[in-house]
Design a protein around this ligand. Structure first.
Ligand SMILES: Cc1ncc(COP(=O)(O)O)c(C=O)c1O
Length: 360
């Protein structure tokens, strides 16, 4: 089974050493004779994890003290509502940058709460490139500006942080911990765990202190209120203790492997191997603008639907799993998050070359 590689977009591959550690201490955590899953979140044992994970996350991403870190439930999509509910504070509008499925869903959700305008819309180009920032229609009166740093479905990733005059909100669900970021450019960052740093169930929200002064909409559920969550250490209700614990182990792993700069280096090497192969081939095609190709989710197409199906099946027989593209765009998607070893990408590249030779 060691030659199996998981290209799932999420829930996605976790580092093998983390899974082994979790397995080894599953029945007897901290020599307590019970599993971490069976320990109260209010016990000093679990609070140790809370302190440790927060400190590690702060260290890995160089998060300054005037930002707070929350570990919430409900996934990234609950934050599509959480962001407008917590940040609008009576304002009439916010700006959204639509570059793919995930920013589109965030936009659709936010429209329930205010007059949201699309300052930039890549739907017009089929989500294959990010329109030049000079063409964006940004409003100075917007409560915030929202974008998705890496569009997991369409394989589009920003290379620079958008320059806006209002607080910037980023969905980094599929690329947090894959490179260094200048946190001070952001008002809020949201990221679900199940792509790059843990099992589904825990979602990180990083919020700048001044935005915590904004009053949440009166109908905001208490468990979604950022200010209350800061005051109560993300424990208004019982947190997702097991995913939180596993995420902390992944943070340890990222640190041990060299931190986010090393994750970035690996991500570039991994994705370049596939993009170069695709660009040299007349069989495979990647329609994404080379300036914005994701390091995390490499999307590409084969000449026919039948060949795409055959590719997925034969890949699976060789231990290259979950390469099917999202139904919103079809084709193939190879997700290459932090836990993907280079050997997995090399094996996929060899398979792609052989498949092309046999089917061209
Ligand atoms: C960029 C991005 N945002 C949001 C989501 C939604 O996350 P969740 O399923 O945790 O709500 C996903 C993936 O599922 C994603 O890739």
């Amino acid at each position: 089974m060691t030659d199996v590689y998981n290209f799932s977009p999420g829930p996605a591959a976790l580092p093998r050493s983390v899974l082994e550690k979790v397995q080894a201490e599953l029945l007897n955590w901290h020599n307590l004779g019970v599993s971490v899953m069976e320990v109260s979140h209010r016990s000093p044992y679990f609070l140790e994890i809370v302190e440790h994970s927060t400190a590690l996350l702060r260290e890995l991403l160089a998060i300054p003290d005037h930002y707070q870190i929350l570990f919430l439930q409900g996934g990234a999509q609950l934050q599509f509502a959480g962001v407008p509910l917590n940040l609008l504070d009576g304002a009439a509008s916010a700006d959204y940058i639509r570059t793919g499925r995930w920013s589109d869903l965030a936009y659709q959700e936010a429209k329930k709460y205010a007059d949201i305008s699309l300052a930039c819309d890549a739907e017009l180009n089929g989500y294959t490139t990010i329109p030049d920032a000079a063409s964006w229609q940004l409003s100075k009166d917007a409560a915030y500006c929202y974008y998705c740093d890496n569009e997991t479905v369409h394989g589009l990733e920003f290379t620079t942080v958008p320059d806006v005059a209002v607080p910037l909100v980023a969905d980094m669900s599929s690329n947090l911990f894959s490179r260094a970021i200048d946190i001070e450019r952001f008002g809020v960052i949201i990221a679900c765990a199940q792509k790059n740093f843990g099992p589904a169930g825990v979602t990180v929200v990083i919020v700048r202190d001044d935005l915590l002064q904004r009053d949440a909409h009166p109908m905001t559920p208490l468990v979604m209120n950022y200010r209350e969550n800061v005051a109560r250490q993300s424990m208004i209700n019982t947190p997702a203790t097991f995913p939180w614990y596993v995420a902390t182990e992944v943070f340890e792993w990222v640190k041990k492997e060299g931190g986010v700069n090393e994750m970035d280096r690996r991500a570039r090497v991994r994705s370049a191997l596939l993009y170069n192969l695709i660009d040299e081939s007349r069989f495979y095609d990647c329609p994404i603008d080379p300036n914005y190709r994701s390091r995390m989710n490499v999307v590409f197409d084969l000449p026919t639907a039948a060949l795409t199906q055959q590719f997925i099946q034969e890949a699976e027989q060789q231990g290259l799993l979950f390469l099917k593209g999202h139904k919103a765009r079809g084709g193939i998607r190879a997700s290459l998050y932090n836990a993907m070893p280079m050997a997995g990408v090399k094996k996929l590249a060899t398979f792609m070359q052989q498949f092309e030779k046999l089917n061209v």
